[in-house]
Design a binder for this molecule. Structure first.
Ligand code: SAM
Length: 251
């Protein structure tokens, strides 16, 4: 999902467009504070969640398949001796380490498009966890809601300090209602103070995973669900939940 210029503005855009999601940092901070040992963070990306966990002295092994995103995280490498970074695919990786816990934040699991990849990912995580180890996953259950297709809708025009330019963002999407997959094609038009214009694009593909589907996937891959929350404030699940957070234990 990360193209070159998008990696630079990713963290800024989330705090601008999806403030509710940024509450996940405190949630995962609380989860990680009880973990005494190394945590595997899958889909760590630019380190939006990783850095706050390192700040509270957690030991993090950050895994992602995007070098462009990981390059942003690598900038912090010198500051945090307990940060390890690996480029790998979450559906098939092989590390010598065994972990006390794994976190898959911000819908990262939903980038997997097939059942085979999802099962393979969860089985691989299971293998990398110590006995009794914990898995936390944040799922967005409403990927395919609303209209099936959207053409170039303007979402924002804002000054971005990271690029020192004014960015206008337009989104378009198509939904595959059979596979339950939505593909966004986002367009960014950036104008610097001298009036120079640049454009870049970004593509995001996410699969909808509902409550029953996740329960089956997790139990079939050897996990016991110990907690399910409907928000980062640990409320119960409702039809309005934008996030479902599973805390599971390796059986
Ligand atoms: C929505 S971002 C979340 C990034 C970060 N955890 C956060 O909360 O801001 C999803 C991340 O998953 C990564 N990703 C997508 N598919 C992946 C795969 N098959 N294996 C590993 N990482 C993947 C993307 O590169 C991206 O960094």
């Amino acid at each position: 999902m990360f193209k070159k210029d998008f990696a630079k503005i990713y963290d800024w855009e989330i705090s601008l467009m999806n403030k509710q999601q940024t509450r996940d940092i405190a949630f995962w901070g609380d989860f990680a504070s009880s973990i005494d040992g190394q945590i595997l963070e899958i889909g760590a990306g630019t380190g939006r969640i990783t850095i706050p966990l390192l700040e509270q002295k957690n030991k993090i092994f950050a895994l992602d398949n995007s070098d462009l995103a990981l390059n942003q995280l690598r900038k912090h490498q010198d500051k945090y001796p307990f940060l390890k970074i690996v480029k790998a695919d979450m559906s098939n990786f092989n590390l010598s380490n065994r972990f006390k816990a794994t976190i898959i934040g911000y819908s990262s699991f939903q980038h997997l498009e097939t059942l085979e990849e999802e099962l393979s990912c969860l089985k691989t995580i299971h293998k990398h966890l110590e006995t009794g180890g914990l898995l936390g996953i944040d799922i967005n259950p409403v990927i395919c809601d609303g209209q099936e297709e959207l053409q170039k809708a303007h979402l924002y025009t804002e000054f971005c300090p990271q690029t020192e330019s004014v960015i206008s963002m337009y989104t378009s999407y198509k939904t595959d209602l059979i596979q339950k997959i939505r593909t966004w094609n986002d367009l960014y038009i950036s104008i610097d103070p001298k009036g120079r214009q640049e454009q870049f694009t970004n593509k995001i593909i996410l699969k909808e995973c509902n409550l029953d589907y996740m329960r089956l996937l997790l139990s079939d891959t050897g996990f016991e669900i110990v907690e399910v929350y409907g928000s980062f404030d640990k409320t119960l699940i409702s039809q309005y939940s934008q996030n479902i957070i599973y805390i599971c234990r390796k059986k």
